[in-house]
Write a protein that binds this ligand. Structure first.
Ligand code: ATP
Ligand code: MG
Length: 421
């Protein structure tokens, strides 16, 4: 029988890697705590309609990337491809906005049926921030600063903040008409994907990864020229706020995000060390989404960081994060000794020590080798003789302390003292 494998694009995170993930998750949580942002957890599975209505039917995500199926109750369900729509649904469903602006973060797996490659998976992980009920341009800059400072604190280098304004729906409608006629005039020079997008979602053509199309687009009408005066002013205030914070940015007039709900500020944080999948964080303002999903008109801004790409960046920098070494490694051999070792291990853990017990029953020499490799500071050894007397030998694996023969409770107390000293 063929051995079972994980599905394509679904990746196991092995124990060697989890300490780095835990480190970045803990760092993110600390940044959110300092910014008074509370965590929200929503289901992985939602009604398909939520994403169709929220993200936009004509986006790649809804059009061809969703994991959707009909459940046993004949409902169309979808594994969440992103976090914002679910957060907005939950905020509306529970009336949270009646309590004032909401500062929320979420984290966890997202699912998109894409072609897997470095930095692109079918199950991937995001952490994201959503500030709901805030309309002022300084909030756009505040959201960006939270992402920027988190990435900086994690030690990610070579980052660039790219910024654009998508204006109001009216601005975009005006621009769309201009762009479509320009695209139609250049139809034959466009790649096939872009040709298809002219009618479905013309702004997405700007985001084409095809180099020929990108070169051609240098001559296309610019969204910036289509913005109304007020949109320009608003964008200027976002830039001033970023300048006040000392966060550098470059303007990218062709930056459009892959989700239809964005307007005004759109941004990406990219790294030159990520190859084709350069964007580690993407976000922007989505003032229309809450209302579109049935809630009260609510201004909002947010972003999401892709954790796999962040991990790629961190591992390039050799940011090795090791799991905790045990305080005590417990070695035993023989039936009674193993029982006593089990009791000792539990007592140590109850007292707050990190205890690893060797349950192999292997020769003492082999167990000692493993104790050494574990990085533990101390080993406790229980053989037949110790078991008969209910004691264990305490050995200093890293220092010069003489070996001691101690009853279990004393051994634990001794280590607690050594740890606090
Ligand atoms: P891309 O243009 O790379 O497909 P996107 O615009 O679809 O990105 P968003 O929906 O804005 O991405 O998601 C925010 C972040 O989540 C991205 O910047 C990226 O870091 C990460 N991300 C998105 N899709 C994937 C994926 N399939 N695998 C891994 N990370 C992803
Ligand atoms: Mg995408």
């Amino acid at each position: 029988m063929a051995s079972l494998q994980s599905l394509r694009g679904m990746v196991d995170l092995l124990p060697e890697r989890t300490p780095l993930w835990q480190h970045l998750e803990a760092t993110a949580r600390e940044h959110f705590r300092r910014a008074a942002i509370a965590e929200i957890r929503t289901p992985l599975l939602e009604a398909t309609e939520l994403f169709a209505r929220g993200i936009g039917e004509a986006t790649d995500v809804v059009g061809k990337e969703m994991y959707s199926f009909t459940d046993r109750g004949e409902r169309s369900c979808t594994l969440r491809p992103e976090g914002t729509a679910s957060v907005v649904r939950a905020v509306i469903q529970h009336g949270l906005l009646s309590q004032g602006p909401q500062r929320l973060w979420y984290g966890g797996p997202m699912f998109r049926y894409e072609r897997p490659q470095a930095g692109r998976q079918r199950q991937f992980h995001q952490i994201g921030v959503e500030l709901l009920g805030v309309a002022d341009p300084t909030s756009d800059a505040e959201a960006i600063a939270i992402a920027w400072d988190l990435l900086a604190d994690l030690g990610v280098g070579g980052l660039q903040l790219e910024l654009n304004s998508l204006g109001t729906p009216e601005d975009r409608q005006r621009y769309r008409a201009e762009l479509v006629s320009w695209l139609q005039a250049h139809h034959d020079q466009l790649d096939a994907d872009s040709q298809q997008r002219i009618s479905a979602n013309p702004l997405r053509v700007l985001d084409s990864k095809n180099p020929d199309t990108q070169a051609l687009l240098a001559g296309a009408p610019s969204l910036a020229d289509a913005l109304a005066g007020e949109s320009h002013e608003r964008f200027a205030r976002v830039r001033q706020a970023l300048e006040a914070l000392g966060i550098p940015f470059v303007l990218n007039p062709r930056l459009v995000r892959g989700l239809d709900y964005y307007g005004h500020t759109a941004f990406e944080i990219t790294s030159n060390q990520l190859g084709a999948q350069a964007t580690v964080c993407g976000g922007g303002r989505y003032d229309g989404l809450v209302e579109q999903l049935g809630g009260p008109p609510t201004a909002a801004v947010g972003w999401a960081i892709g954790l796999e790409r962040l991990v790629l960046l961190l591992s390039q920098g050799e940011a090795a994060v090791a799991g905790p070494a045990p305080d005590l490694y417990v070695i035993s051999r023989g039936e009674a000794a193993e029982r006593l070792a089990l009791v000792l291990s539990r007592q140590g853990r109850q007292a707050g020590l990190v205890v690893e017990r060797d349950a192999s029953g292997a020769a003492f020499g082999k167990q000692f080798k493993r104790a050494d490799r574990s990085g533990a500071a101390w080993a406790a050894v229980v053989g037949d003789r110790e078991a008969a007397e209910a004691v264990a030998l305490l050995k200093d694996l890293r220092g010069e302390a003489p070996e001691r023969r101690l009853p279990l409770a004393e051994l634990v107390a001794c280590l607690i003292q050594a740890n606090s000293g």
